[in-house]
Design a protein around this ligand. Structure first.
Ligand code: ADE
Length: 225
């Protein structure tokens, strides 16, 4: 998978890709991340990329031209499966979207900043608009990191067997059951006996029950359909 991330502040985004699971995926050659600073595509001396909105109103708007130049250059070099725009009015990210996107090859992720991008960018280039939740961030960059993390950990070979994504919360529309590790008794706080019984079918049954109970209590909406 190749991810091209377009931003006005790419430096904000580097460190999560230099640590942990995302770094491992890059080191294994399973993912390539390329940052593109939108200011490099500005045609003005002082690298302007935003301007006042037509019709008046507070907040700057990212101009169509630098974004067009950047996207057009990238598209001339390879084909893209998706061109994603991070925006609070997009489709809310969930595990289903992450699963779908983890199967793609090349994607561009455009991070909005200020008030957002000129609508013509969205009309003519963007294939998918994603929000990470019903709150407004100062830019799409942090959302893009979250999106990348959610996608990258699902790519086959990124997680070891011991951390398989198949048992994550949401993978089967259920929250994950409680988990424990050694010691089995800490200050009298005991691990449920079933987990140390060695009876694998019973343990599986217990985990399924617990997952269902937890989902009913915390996220009944997941069980609705
Ligand atoms: N940019 C600003 N707020 C955002 C959000 N909630 N999700 C994605 N991108 C954003």
């Amino acid at each position: 998978m190749r991810l091209d991330i377009i931003s006005v502040v790419p430096d904000l985004m580097r460190s999560p890709f230099e640590a942990s699971i995302m770094k491992r995926a890059i080191d294994k050659g399973l993912v390539e991340i390329h940052f593109h600073n939108l200011r490099d595509y500005s045609n003005t001396n002082y690298k302007q990329i935003d301007d006042y909105q037509f019709g008046g109103g507070a907040g700057m708007v990212m101009m169509v031209e630098p974004i067009d130049k950047c996207i057009t250059k990238l598209k001339s070099e390879r084909d893209y499966d998706e061109l994603i725009y991070m925006t609070p009015d997009g489709e809310t990210l969930n595990q289903g979207i992450a699963n779908t996107l983890s199967l793609k090859g090349n994607m561009i992720i455009l991070c909005g900043h200020y008030k957002g991008v000129d609508q013509r960018v969205r009309d003519h280039f963007i294939t998918k608009e994603i929000s990470i939740g019903d709150y407004v961030l100062s830019g799409g960059e942090l959302g893009a990191i979250i999106l990348c993390d959610a996608i990258i950990r699902l790519i086959p070979g990124v997680l070891g067997n011991e951390t398989s994504a198949l048992t994550d919360s949401f993978q089967d529309d259920l929250l994950a059951p409680p988990i424990y590790t050694r010691p089995a008794d800490y200050k009298g706080w005991k691990v449920p006996e079933i987990l140390t019984s060695g009876n694998t079918p019973k343990i599986e049954e217990w985990r399924e029950e617990q997952a269902l109970q937890r989902t009913k209590e915390r996220r009944p909406d997941l069980l609705e359909d």
